[in-house]
Design a protein around this ligand. Structure first.
Ligand code: PGA
Length: 297
């Protein structure tokens, strides 16, 4: 396995070049696809479904290679967008193995400064330099364990866009806030502060993940109606600030104990545009069933 890893590293420079070409091609295809979906629906924009795996602090490079080789065979036919957000140490290997597949690669965090004396941190520019496409920002575990604030989340989103990365921004309420009837207030405020100062185009290109904190890793899922209503609240807030067109086109995912068993019910709701999947994304077969939710009987 060591020699395989070595070879992978050696061909990285070729890949960096290829990725740029490949990405332009994929973006063109995505544009054509979006335009045709728009036309096919009489000018009404149908949002695509985006399913992102969040591996958190799991998986080594050899496991990453094996996983992506397996997953790519299982999701090759999907029209849904597939993203894997992997640990920093897996990014090279993930990018390389995902070449010429429909799997996109993201990081799970970044610093808002471009460079400097920030021991242990990785910047957006660094991620972009190896062709990472997405980055999760403001996950509740980062807010909780690493003191991330709405302000730092906002700075990170701006830095992500400034460097050509697409942010997946997490918002969500605690159980206490939910029980106090404050869900809508909390998540719309988090959204407003996260997006503050962004252009309409940037907001359109932000993916928001609504993740009720009490549902993350607990096996408890919000009911599809509750999740859909919360996402509608977020969309309404975006419409108030950035206009209805932006609100109608922004992708808003649900996250929190998504599994193959509940994916279809959640992802077919009117306002839920896919999911951010933690635990269930660690197994390629289970994750592929979530991605292929619209193909299951
Ligand atoms: P979970 O995690 O699917 O394991 O609940 C979701 C997340 O934290 O993004």
């Amino acid at each position: 396995m060591k020699s395989i890893l070595f070879c992978y590293t050696m061909v990285l420079s070729v890949v960096t070049y290829n990725n740029v070409i490949h990405k332009k091609y994929r973006l063109t295809l995505l544009y054509i696809k979006n335009e045709s979906v728009k036309r096919a629906n009489g000018g009404i924009f149908m949002r695509r479904k985006v399913i992102a795996g969040n591996w958190k602090m799991n998986m080594l490079p050899d496991e990453t290679i094996k996983y992506i080789e397996e997953l790519s065979k299982l999701v090759g036919e999907t029209q849904n967008e597939v993203i894997l957000c992997v640990p920093f140490t897996d990014l090279f290997y993930a990018l390389l193995t995902a070449q010429n597949t429909n799997i996109k690669i993201g990081a799970q965090n970044m610093h808002f400064e471009e460079k400097g004396a920030y021991t242990g941190e990785v910047s957006a520019k660094m991620l972009k330099s190896i062709n990472v496409e997405y980055v999760i920002i403001g996950h509740s575990e980062r807010r909780h364990y690493f003191n991330e604030t709405d302000e730092s989340v906002n700075k990170k989103i701006k830095a992500a866009f400034a460097n050509g990365l697409k942010p997946i921004v997490c918002v969500g309420e605690t159980l206490e806030q939910r029980e106090a009837g404050k869900t809508a207030e909390v998540i719309t405020k988090q959204t407003e502060l996260a997006l503050e100062g962004l252009t309409q185009e940037q907001v359109e290109n932000t993916i928001i993940a609504y993740e009720p904190i009490w549902a993350i890793g607990t096996g408890k899922t919000a009911t599809s109606e509750d999740a859909n209503n919360s996402i509608k609240d977020i969309r309404k807030k975006i419409a108030e600030i950035y206009g209805q067109n932006v609100a109608d086109s922004v992708i808003i995912q649900y996250g929190g104990s998504v599994k193959s068993k509940n994916a279809k019910e959640l992802f077919t709701m009117s306002d839920i545009d896919g999911g951010l999947v933690g635990g269930a994304s660690l197994d390629p077969e289970e994750f592929s069933k979530i991605v292929n939710f619209d193909k299951e009987a």
